[in-house]
Design a binder for this molecule. Structure first.
Ligand code: AMP
Length: 417
């Protein structure tokens, strides 16, 4: 027997209600904040992610699905949404539109990760990017939108964590201070962190290893070493977050370890403890568009995992609206009635009434059982007598009440229901 590949799963009909509801709410919040939808290809040139996510990141080093197509092109399944959106921004000349350009996506992404609860190899993200503005009020708005999205879903007990990691002017100095702090403690670091010391020192701060965490807790703080411009940006961000009534905590261990990530980084975490607890995160990447060949363009964005949201809704026992199924089942007795049933089903659907056609060769009793398990509200029963009289039997499945009525009245009656 074949099984879905490790780290992937089927979204069977019973699970679809969660996905549909979350994605509908995502589209609603995006409209409320003026974001327009964009869809980018599932695969891109590998080079885009090497540049746009960064060769030193875990994603690029360990997690991308890369392949060569029959034409010898090196392609990669999209591991995240930001780089493709920035590529599209440049490709479609969106720098000529009024700025910031606000785009959102809902898409499947692919990372070769070690699968565990809340961490998959194929997962869906709702994300959005605001490109072309450095105003800290925009940072606050992006964070507010993420927060209000979770609020609209009923997810509670959330923590908003923020930090500022500075810019290419002030970060090098901070990194020197950070490396000097760690230099005397190299023996205590895990093997990964020993490599990070050289390649990506900021990432020393978000290592999950216990002893590394202790070191990180006492490490120098980037937000205390900002240049005056970044310090002002961070101060204004906090000011606007207060203005919007968003409760935040500052955590100097929250980082994004790439040069083009700048200033604001943030994460939203539910109350539960654990490595997979982060539900969404984002930040400013003022250097990315330039890295991809555009002119210097400030930007920021956010992404959140649909599966993790669904898990939180389930954990909180929050109900999601059911996807409505057909309201009527059309049963029949005999071959002539079968023709009438097929025709009736067609007419009902043309009038916008969702109808189920009884499968062939079943007794009336079996057809009614099937109608019951399909959860329809009504069953129409057609036999030879009804055809002769130009009527149908309409059975209310909840009360078992059955009435004979003129066939011509059926559409109108069901339409009203
Ligand atoms: P990132 O793009 O890594 O900043 O992740 C943003 C959000 O996407 C996370 O907070 C998760 O909710 C979700 N996410 C990231 N990676 C995965 C994954 N492998 N499986 C499921 N959800 C994920």
């Amino acid at each position: 027997m074949y099984q879905a590949p490790r780290g992937t799963s089927d979204i069977i009909p019973e699970e679809q209600a969660y996905r549909l509801y979350i994605e509908q709410k995502a589209a609603d919040i995006a409209r409320l904040y003026g974001y327009k939808r964009i869809d980018t290809p599932v695969f891109e040139d590998t080079e885009l992610f090497l540049r746009g996510v960064g060769g030193a990141t875990d994603i690029v080093q360990k997690e991308i699905y890369t392949f060569e197509d029959r034409g010898g092109n090196k392609l990669t399944l999209r591991p995240e949404g930001t780089a493709p959106v920035c590529r599209a921004y440049l490709e479609h000349g969106m720098q000529n539109l009024s700025q910031p350009v606000k785009l959102f996506y809902i898409e499947a992404n692919y990372r070769y990760e070690r699968p565990q609860a809340g961490r998959y190899r194929e997962f869906r993200q709702f994300g959005y990017e605001a490109i072309g503005d450095s105003d800290p009020a925009l940072d606050a708005e992006v964070i507010d939108m993420a927060w209000q999205f979770y609020v609209s879903l009923g997810i509670n007990q959330l923590h908003l964590i923020i930090n500022s990691i500075g810019c290419p002017n002030c970060r090098p100095q901070y990194l020197e201070t950070l490396k000097a702090y760690y230099a005397s403690q190299v023996q205590t670091l895990c093997n990964d962190c020993k490599t990070r010391m050289e390649k990506n020192p900021l990432r020393l701060l978000d290592c999950k290893n216990d002893s590394c965490r202790q070191l990180a807790a006492a490490a120098p703080r980037s937000y205390e070493k900002l240049c005056p411009e970044c310090a002002e940006h961070f101060a204004k961000l906090k000011y606007f977050l207060n203005l919007l009534g968003l409760p935040y905590e500052i955590d100097h261990c929250l980082v994004r370890g790439l040069d083009y990530y700048t200033r604001t980084v943030f994460e939203i975490q539910p109350e539960i403890e654990g490595a997979q607890s982060t539900i969404g995160g984002g930040g400013r990447y003022d250097g990315l568009i330039e890295e991809l060949g555009g002119k210097p363009t400030p930007a920021l964005g956010f992404a959140t995992g649909i599966e993790r949201i669904a898990a939180n809704l389930k954990r909180q026992n929050l109900p999601v609206p059911l996807i409505p199924g057909p309201i009527v089942f059309v049963a029949y007795l005999g071959e002539t009635a079968r023709e009438a049933a097929v025709k009736l089903c067609g007419e009902l659907r043309k009038s916008g009434i969702a109808a189920l056609q009884a499968p062939g060769g079943k007794s009336l009793k079996a057809q009614l059982r099937q109608a019951n398990s399909a959860g329809v509200r009504y069953t129409v029963i057609i036999g030879e007598d009804e055809i002769k009289a130009g009527t149908v039997q309409l059975r209310d499945m909840t009360t078992s009440e059955q009435n004979n009525l003129p066939a011509g009245q059926l559409k109108e009656l069901l339409g009203k229901k």
